[in-house]
Design a protein around this ligand. Sequence first.
Ligand SMILES: Nc1ncnc2c1ncn2[C@@H]1O[C@H](COP(=O)(O)OP(=O)(O)OP(=O)(O)O)[C@@H](O)[C@H]1O
Length: 293
Amino acid sequence: MLATRDLTVRFGGHVAVDRVTCSFEPGTLTAIVGPNGAGKTTYFNLISGQLKASAGEVTLDGRDVSGLSASERTRAGLGRAFQLTNLFPRLTVLENVRLAVQATRDGAHRRGFNLWSIWSDHAGLLARADEILAAVDMKAKEHELVASLPHGDQRKLEVALLMALEPSVFMFDEPTAGMNAAEAPVILDLIRQLKADRSKTILLVEHKMDVVRELADRIIVLHNGQLVADGEPAEVIASPIVQEAYLGVAPAGRDAQDASGSAGRPDDAPPHPNPPPRGGGAEDTRAGRVEKP
Ligand SMILES: Nc1ncnc2c1ncn2[C@@H]1O[C@H](COP(=O)(O)OP(=O)(O)OP(=O)(O)O)[C@@H](O)[C@H]1O
């Protein structure tokens, strides 16, 4: 089980993630939603180790991993698909996947490389790389250089590399962003397959509510860095904070002009097409299970 306790990060005077306590169980896909600037990606960065927390801790299967680097957390089983920079642009698609499989095979990424064990199972490595490429629908492009791939294919390849690492926790940050209508379903199918496995913990930051509605077993809502709602999808989606932030529905008692206003946004934030709710906190999340005032 993955858990965070009082996880906090401050950038100068700004608290981007504010004492977030939450746990994520295997076999569950949790969607993390919230308005722009709510702290979703920052929360991911704190979990995966890209950012060091100002306070609080991250535990994985009871082990405190807060002091570990991002790569050490990956070896511990925390897998995150987000880094186009993790791809080797001058290698082919197949070579990229094969390297990730080699790094993982027999726990090699946990012990360091052993060339003998890698080459003694060359056929096995290729078969696994082949399987992964088929899963992300990229067999036809296996000999293409990564640098020449369109953006959507590069993002699919990120997911392929993540699968190759066989983590126990999969973290997806807007996995279909920038993909066209043909590419996105492949990634969503993969996430569905991972879910069906029931042994993986899946975290998904996603703005598209139709995707969230379909995939999530649970939704947590971040607002101004705080966890303001946590519960069953239907319950959380019906909560005023989500209704207003995503669907533009004003809470009862607010006039139409207020509902289109931008209060609640940081002063320096760009205008948001779906303005976040005013006030936030417990009042705005009556239908959600309120974690923090
Ligand atoms: N390295 C940083 N230095 C200073 N401020 C930061 C840094 N990273 C994030 N922030 C600020 O922290 C807040 C949360 O940002 P974050 O990107 O986590 O929000 P988000 O919920 O992921 O937003 P979006 O949905 O737009 O991606 C924002 O106000 C952002 O400007």
